[in-house]
Design a protein around this ligand. Sequence first.
Ligand code: NI
Length: 255
Amino acid sequence: MLIDTHTHYDEERFDPDRREIIQKAHDEGVSHMVNVSNCMESTLISVRLSDEYDFIHAAIGLHPYFADEMNDANFSILKDLANHRKVVAIGEIGLDYHYMPHPKKVQQACFARQMELALELGFPVMIHDREAHQDVFDMMVRYRVKEVGGVLHSYSGSVEMARRYLDLGFYLSIAGPVTYLNARRILDVVRFAPSDRLLVETDCPDLSPEPFRGTRNDSTRLRLIVARIAEIKGLGFDAVSAATTANAKRLLRIP
Ligand code: NI
């Protein structure tokens, strides 16, 4: 049994075969999937998917790419949707200084407001951090999200930064890049992090693990990531699977 804690089945790339691929993954042992939102439209679709499938939960929020969608009207829509019984987290939220889709100030304002929402409602946060390591960390401390906890999605930082997030009580989520042939830093992170603080995700349709790198990803490939973590940590597949599943259930309060 595995939990894919970060999927984007709302994306158009799944239009041709969404139902088939979701069902196939579930049949192959992915007991739960969390569909994570990035804009207002995907937030609505994530909640709808969670209505359609027992085993899909939703995270709602605005990704830094869509930080310009944050305004009072959308904020209150997000707040209302958070009452939905299948919403388990606020995400994905954070900062992206790699693509810099909006000025830093706009991204930071959107991030701040959603951390306040998470705190007010008691939801864990799912964090996107692309080349904004220090600012993301500093804002998370300033907005006290330690109180609600959360996860660094597709963690790509250093061991030193991982140590600081673990000290804050956060989880690190491991995605396809851990399988890449040129992976280095993430291997050290996986060795360093205790099994009871790791989650696994595909981030599908992106970040396909090897040997599928560059093709459309889906949750049937989650086991490749788990297998690689098991190899790196010198543990069995079942041990990593059991630990990451228990961690996801604990953080996201999935029964
Ligand atoms: Ni994502």
